[in-house]
Ligand binder design. Structure first.
Ligand SMILES: NC(=O)c1ccc[n+]([C@@H]2O[C@H](COP(=O)([O-])OP(=O)(O)OC[C@H]3O[C@@H](n4cnc5c(N)ncnc54)[C@H](OP(=O)(O)O)[C@@H]3O)[C@@H](O)[C@H]2O)c1
Length: 316
């Protein structure tokens, strides 16, 4: 619709931004229109978004000048950075700063910044319960996002700070799925002891973000957290056992062991899980399932997500 409020969506070809674009397009009379931002409008994913009805615009968060036209005339923006493309918290900070300045210059009325905790507020750098990484971080891919909150605040960008949760999709795409041990049995491995992991379907992040935009100015200046369910490793393993039709066990390891697994980012993720384990009451409390369901009535449980996705989980 010509008078729809345009939401400029960073990460539109990815999990978070893509789910927001789909949520906007699924509600053609909702009063919003999706502008999908990508570095490569010719990619298959970008062309699929255009075919589905999104306006596709080229911009690169590393090149601030490209963000001005991408935000021009928009009502709002969804801002997300992708740590895992470069593993650089400094680059995330720079990108977030570029987004915040462009949002301010464009006079956007509502920005959702997809953030995470700056864990250094809970575990200062001189706290040696977990190692300091990259010189000045405990959980680099969390800390830089949390630090970037301050940029949006200092610039006076009308921002909702959205705390997301671990994606169950990581079982498919991120190597977090069940692995066979030497005994041939499947197990999921987290350094969480018996504490609960706040998690959700990645597709629900965008649906919740859409719910936030629909609620107008209500959450501007606030931090809101979302999750689909809080489950222990044993509860996740039991649900996987039911969905896959074969036994999946939960293997609890220490954060030290997890950090030593050696894959890229294992130390960062080991610290992240330790943060979630050691500050579990805070972490879960900051991510409210009932609240998320008010934003997105279709919010999935793990069992519902598994019913749709279990056959996509690689079992090795
Ligand atoms: N996995 C989890 O459990 C989890 C949970 C919470 C938060 N997160 C956070 O989620 C973030 C990643 O989001 P995602 O999973 O939605 O990403 P994703 O599916 O991997 O896709 C990455 C997106 O970022 C865009 N992008 C990357 N660099 C860009 C740049 N310089 N300029 C413009 N766009 C750029 C890509 O667009 P083009 O390639 O089309 O340009 C793509 O759409 C990470 O920072 C991670 O820490 C992950």
């Amino acid at each position: 619709m010509a008078d729809s409020k345009i939401i400029a969506v960073l990460g539109a070809t990815g999990a978070q931004g893509g789910s927001l674009v789909r949520a906007i397009l699924a509600d053609p009379n909702g009063g919003f229109a999706a502008r999908a931002i990508t570095r490569n409008p010719g990619s298959e994913k970008a062309r699929a978004l255009a075919a589905a009805g999104a306006e596709v615009v080229a911009a690169d968060a590393d090149q601030p000048a490209t963000l001005a036209p991408a935000f021009a005339g928009a009502y709002g923006a969804f801002c997300v950075t992708n740590f895992w493309e470069h593993f650089s918290p400094e680059r995330e900070l720079t990108q977030a700063g570029n987004m915040a300045r462009a949002a301010k210059a464009a006079g956007l009325q509502h920005v959702i910044w997809s953030t995470l905790e700056d864990t250094r507020k809970w575990v200062p750098l001189d706290d040696d319960r977990m190692p300091t990484l990259m010189g000045r971080y405990k959980v680099p891919h969390f800390d830089a996002k949390g630090e970037a909150d301050g940029i949006f605040r200092e610039l006076g960008v009308p921002t909702t700070f959205l705390l997301t949760s671990f994606y169950w999709d990581n079982l498919i795409y991120f190597g977090s799925g069940p692995k066979r041990g030497p005994d041939g049995k499947l197990a999921i491995t987290f350094p969480m002891d018996d504490r609960k992991l706040s998690a959700m379907a990645a597709e629900d992040i965008g649906k919740c973000a859409y719910g936030i935009f629909r609620r107008g100015r209500e959450f501007i200046g606030k931090t809101v957290g979302i999750a689909g369910e809080h489950l222990s490793g044993a509860e996740m393993a039991a649900a996987l056992t039911r969905a896959l039709g074969q036994e999946v066990r939960y293997q609890a390891v220490t954060p030290e062991v997890y950090r030593g697994f050696g894959f890229p980012g294992a130390d960062d993720l080991g610290n992240m899980f330790q943060f979630k384990r050691d500050f579990n009451d805070y972490y879960r409390g900051a991510r409210d399932v009932a609240f998320a369901r008010t934003l997105n009535p279709e919010l999935q449980t793990f069992e519902q997500w598994l019913a749709r996705n279990a056959d996509r989980i690689p079992l090795d």
